[in-house]
Design a protein around this ligand. Structure first.
Ligand code: PLP
Length: 391
C-alpha cells in the first residue's frame, strides 16, 4: 500500500522542518550535547554556538540596538512581551487590536483581570488597523501598544511603521507579533520603530517549540521565567541548543530564499484566488486583496460550513484550515472574520489555504476542482441554499 499523496496548503499552521535544518540540529543531540552553562570545552562550545545563532537572528531584523532572547515559541514570546511590560508598570492601559492571535488576546484578558485597562482597536472591512485610531486611543496611562505585523487568518499586513512612529513619538513601547510575517516579508526593527517583536521557528521551516522575543536596548521588561542565569537571567532554563541551532539555520534559509519564494507564492496565490472566483459562484475573498502575505488565500464559500469542506478536502489528501489552526475545533466563528464585519454564516464558510515553495499550479488546479465538486455537494444539502435558489 502506498501513502496517499498529500497536498499541503496549511503553511501558516506549521511548516515541515527542512533537511538542512535537521542535519544542522543532529550533532547537538548526540555529540555536542554539553550544557552551555558547564565549564568544560564541549559545553562552552555550545555557549558560543548559541551566541552565533543570536547574532544571526538579530542580523535578519537589522537589530543594531537590542537583543534576541530565545523562548519556547511565539505564544511564550507574546506572553512575555505583554506581562513583562505590564509588570514593570504595575498598572496602566494597553492598546491592541481585535484581530490579534489568542496568544495576545487571552494574555490581555488575563491582564484585564489583574486591573489593566485594554483597548481593542477595530479594523476595516479588509482587516486594516487605522493608525489615526491608534493615536486617538492613547491615554496618559498608556504603557504599551501591541499590533501584529500580519494576521494569521486573512494574511493582512498592518501599517506597522506608522503605528511604530506614533508609539515612538508618544514614548510608548511598541510590540509586534511577527509570528506569521517573519521569514515571509522583510522586517527592519529600526526602520519600523519596533521595540519588541515575537517570532516562532515552526512557521519558517524550523523546529516546533522554539522562538524568540526581540527587545530593544533600553526597553524595560520584567524577566519571564525565574531560575538560573540563562538568557541574561531573563528567561531561565537550560537552553534547547538543538532547537536554537535549528531556528537559526531556518532563518538563514528562509531569508536566502525570501524573494524567490515570495514571487512564486504571489503567482500561485493570485492564480488560486482568480480561479476560485471564476469557477465557483457565491465566494468572497477575506482580507485585503494586495496588502496580504504572499502565501495567504482565505475564501468564504456561502451556504457551506468551512469545517465540512475541510473534511471532504482531507479525503482528497488536501490539508487546509478553517480560520486559524489554533482556533479550529471551537464552534464559534473566527473573531477575525467577525471583526472585518462578516455575518456568522459567511464567517463559518471560510477556508484558509496557505501556500509554500513546493506547491505548484497543477496542485492548485486539482484543489479548485475538488473545491468545486464538494462545494456543489454541500450546497445541495443546504436548506439555506435551497431557499436562496427559490427566490
Ligand atoms: N501569533 C501568531 C500570529 C500565530 O499565528 C501563532 C501561531 O499560529 C502564534 C502567535 C503562536 O506561535 P507558537 O505556535 O509558536 O506558540
Amino acid at each position: 500500500m502506498t501513502d496517499k499523496q498529500i497536498i499541503y496548503m496549511d503553511h501558516a499552521a506549521t511548516t515541515s522542518t527542512g533537511p538542512k535544518v535537521v542535519s544542522a540540529m543532529l550533532p547537538y543531540f548526540t555529540k555536542q550535547y554539553g550544557n552551555p552553562s558547564s565549564i568544560y570545552s564541549i559545553a562552552q562550545k555550545n555557549r558560543a554556538v548559541i551566541e552565533e545563532c543570536r547574532m544571526n537572528i538579530a542580523k535578519s531584523l537589522n537589530a543594531s540596538s537590542g537583543n534576541v532572547y530565545f523562548t519556547a515559541g511565539g505564544t511564550e514570546a507574546d506572553n512575555w512581551a505583554l506581562k513583562g511590560c505590564a509588570c514593570i508598570h504595575g498598572k496602566g492601559h494597553i492598546i491592541t487590536s481585535k484581530i490579534e492571535h489568542h496568544a495576545i488576546l487571552h494574555t490581555c484578558d488575563f491582564l484585564c483581570k489583574h486591573g489593566y485597562d485594554i483597548t481593542y482597536l477595530d479594523v476595516d472591512e479588509n482587516g486594516l488597523i487605522r493608525p489615526d485610531r491608534v493615536m486617538t486611543s492613547i491615554r496618559k496611562d498608556t504603557i504599551m501598544i501591541s499590533v501584529m505585523c500580519a494576521n494569521n487568518e486573512i494574511g493582512v499586513i498592518e501599517p506597522i511603521k506608522e503605528i511604530g512612529e506614533i508609539a515612538r513619538k508618544n514614548n510608548i513601547i511598541f510590540h509586534t507579533d511577527a509570528v506569521q510575517a517573519y521569514g515571509q516579508i522583510p522586517i527592519d526593527v529600526d526602520e519600523l520603530n519596533i521595540d519588541m517583536l515575537s517570532a516562532s521557528g515552526h512557521k519558517l521551516g524550523g523546529p516546533k517549540g522554539i522562538g524568540f522575543l526581540y527587545i530593544r536596548k533600553g526597553v524595560n521588561v520584567e524577566s519571564f521565567i525565574h531560575g538560573g542565569a540563562q538568557e541574561g537571567g531573563n528567561r531561565s532554563g537550560t537552553e534547547n541548543v538543538p532547537a536554537i541551532v535549528g531556528l537559526s539555520k531556518a532563518v538563514e534559509e528562509s531569508f536566502k530564499t525570501m524573494d524567490e519564494r515570495a514571487k512564486h507564492e504571489i503567482e500561485l496565490r493570485n492564480y488560486m484566488i482568480e480561479k476560485i472566483m471564476k469557477e465557483i459562484p457565491y465566494v468572497r475573498l477575506n482580507g485585503h486583496r494586495i496588502r496580504r502575505l504572499p502565501n495567504n488565500v482565505n475564501m468564504s464559500f456561502q451556504f457551506v460550513q468551512g469545517e465540512a469542506l475541510l473534511v471532504m478536502l482531507d479525503m482528497d489528501g488536501i490539508c487546509a484550515s478553517a480560520g486559524s489552526a489554533c482556533a479550529s475545533g471551537s464552534s464559534s466563528p473566527s473573531h477575525v472574520l467577525l471583526a472585518i464585519g462578516l455575518p456568522d454564516d459567511i464567517a463559518y464558510g471560510a477556508v484558509r489555504f496557505t501556500l509554500g515553495f513546493e506547491n505548484t499550479i497543477s496542485q492548485i488546479d486539482y484543489v479548485v476542482d475538488c473545491l468545486k465538486k464538494h462545494v456543489g455537494k454541500l450546497r445541495e444539502m443546504s436548506p439555506q441554499y435551497e431557499d436562496f435558489c427559490k427566490r
